[in-house]
Design a protein around this ligand. Structure first.
Ligand SMILES: [Zn+2]
Length: 494
């Protein structure tokens, strides 16, 4: 071959190698797909009455080693009932969440069928928030069953994960989703606890059709495959494979800004933002940074959506919700983007061990803001440490003693306690590991954790083991000193 032909051949080889490397990096998604539950959701939204009507089927294969006589689904929509025993927000957020006045919502079932046969389902759980579907015959390991349910979700007029507001309709945690199982094979049928994100779910595949008035713009998990309009109703067909949940935010007022980076369409939906390009830029650059440093973002779309929402933000697979009222929009965009890795791709029990994703994500947010020249990491960690020690000292003086363990979300008496021990102390814990091993080794630990635990619900032991094996020494005790509350935090080195 002459020099030109050799050069062309070399370039082609490089392209093929690059493409095959990219494909290999995300092959695990396709390999996992066939093992997961398949959800099919036929949804239509009545914007006058604020009701979602749904026909849902779930194909479930028993991949446990146990026999099953029933399936359990969370029905979080019932947390918005008038007589719910768990409040959806603490006193701090009542005014902003219920800005339009008190309002309620719920889910009502027309029918539930198992393999096409109607069955007598039960609404159970500790707060009428678990749908129990008895199976007509015992489901043995590797056997499959199909459940069909027809229901309506009426939305409360609240600025919450699920509800309608002045600008947006938020459909987060709105459909019956299979409970995950704990290590003993028992369903995790926890209620809608007030603090934190009270959700644990397994990866699944979603095929969704959503009918909304044609003037509504839709932001959601997944990729829109088609849209067709009849009689001023537009029906979207959306697909999402290997994701932990499916959420939608829709509004007639959305404007959309988008950019494609590395083949991923990054979109920002907003109704009130003087600098929309800033949110889009932070979403795009942080997605690239963590793709480069941990593992490639494996989906073709990522959407960030501004919403009527009383908290700062909320993570869903392929979709981050950002409050239109947050004082730190850029930080929130980065935080929720990092959750794509640590919440969605690597799951954890957000109720029992909320520090596992929130502490890590909070630290990585500050690390990213340092790397992109916004705020030096040492400065933000000093602030975190100062806030933490002030909180601990004041509360200890006032109460005589203070529980500084990093514990389950339902074991906190106050939201402030939950935030300090989960986010602030959690970030300080990961910062200490970062300080001890440096950036390169820290990201090697994260990559190992990702590789070992991707697509699963990682336990704290698994996280400690991944970090220890990558670090080259057993650092489980280091984690434990923070988690057990023994570590008296000291000022950081310069
Ligand atoms: Zn978070």
């Amino acid at each position: 071959m002459n020099k030109l032909r050799k050069t062309i051949a070399f370039v082609l080889l490089c392209i093929i190698l690059t493409l095959s490397t990219c494909a290999c990096n995300t092959n695990y998604i396709q390999q996992e797909k066939d093992k997961l539950a398949n959800y099919s959701l036929g949804l239509s939204y009545d914007h006058v009455n604020h009701v979602v009507s749904a026909v849902q089927t779930v194909e479930f294969r028993n991949d446990t080693t146990n026999t099953l006589d029933s399936l359990h689904f969370h029905i979080y929509a019932n947390a918005y009932r008038q007589d719910a025993s768990h409040l959806i927000v603490s006193q701090n957020y009542v005014q902003s969440c219920y800005a339009y006045g008190q309002s309620y919502g719920e889910i009502a079932f027309d029918s539930v069928k198992v393999n096409d046969v109607a069955i007598a389902y039960q609404i159970g759980g500790t707060d009428c928030d678990i749908l129990i579907v008895p199976l007509s015959s015992t489901l043995y390991p590797d056997e499959s069953v199909t459940v069909e349910m027809v229901y309506q979700v009426s939305l409360a007029n609240v600025k919450h994960r699920l509800g309608w507001g002045e600008n947006t309709v938020n459909l987060g945690n709105f459909f019956p989703i299979l409970c995950a199982m704990d290590q003993t094979g028992a369903w995790i049928d926890t209620p809608y606890y007030i603090y934190g994100d009270p959700f644990v779910s397994e990866m699944a595949n979603f095929d969704v059709t959503l009918a909304v008035p044609s003037n509504f713009v839709v932001a959601s998990t997944g990729t829109v495959l088609s849209a067709s309009t009849t009689d001023e109703i537009t029906t979207y067909t959306i697909e999402a494979d290997v994701v932990r949940d499916f959420a939608i935010v829709t509004s007639p007022d959305f404007k959309v800004l988008s950019q494609t980076e590395n083949g991923i369409a990054v979109k920002y939906y907003y109704f009130d933002d003087a600098e929309p390009s800033k949110a889009l830029a932070f979403a795009t650059t942080s997605l690239k940074y963590f793709s480069d440093n941990i593992a490639p973002y494996p989906y073709d779309t990522y959407s960030v959506v501004q919403a009527d929402f009383c908290f700062g933000g909320m993570e869903y697979p392929m979709l981050s919700v950002i409050s239109s009222e947050t004082s730190a929009p850029v930080e929130t965009v980065v935080h929720e983007t990092i959750h794509q890795w640590f919440y969605n791709l690597v799951g954890s029990d957000q109720i029992e061990n909320p520090w596992q994703d929130e502490g890590l994500v909070e630290f990585l947010t500050q690390l990213y803001l340092d790397q992109c020249g916004e705020t030096p990491l040492k400065e933000s960690m000093r602030k975190y440490l100062k806030n933490y020690t002030t909180y601990v000292n004041v509360l200890t003086d006032y109460l005589g003693k203070l529980d500084t363990t990093m514990r389950a979300s339902y074991k906190f008496d106050t939201e402030q306690g939950y935030v300090y021990m989960t986010y602030v102390k959690g970030a300080l814990m990961f910062n200490s590991i970062y300080d001890a091993c440096g950036k390169e080794k820290f990201f090697a630990c994260l990559k190992r954790y990702f590789d070992d635990c991707k697509l699963s619900i990682a336990t704290p032991d698994e996280m400690r083991a991944s970090f220890s094996s990558s670090y080259g020494a057993d650092i489980a005790g280091f984690f434990d000193s923070y988690i057990n509350g023994q570590n008296q935090l000291v000022p950081l080195k310069d």
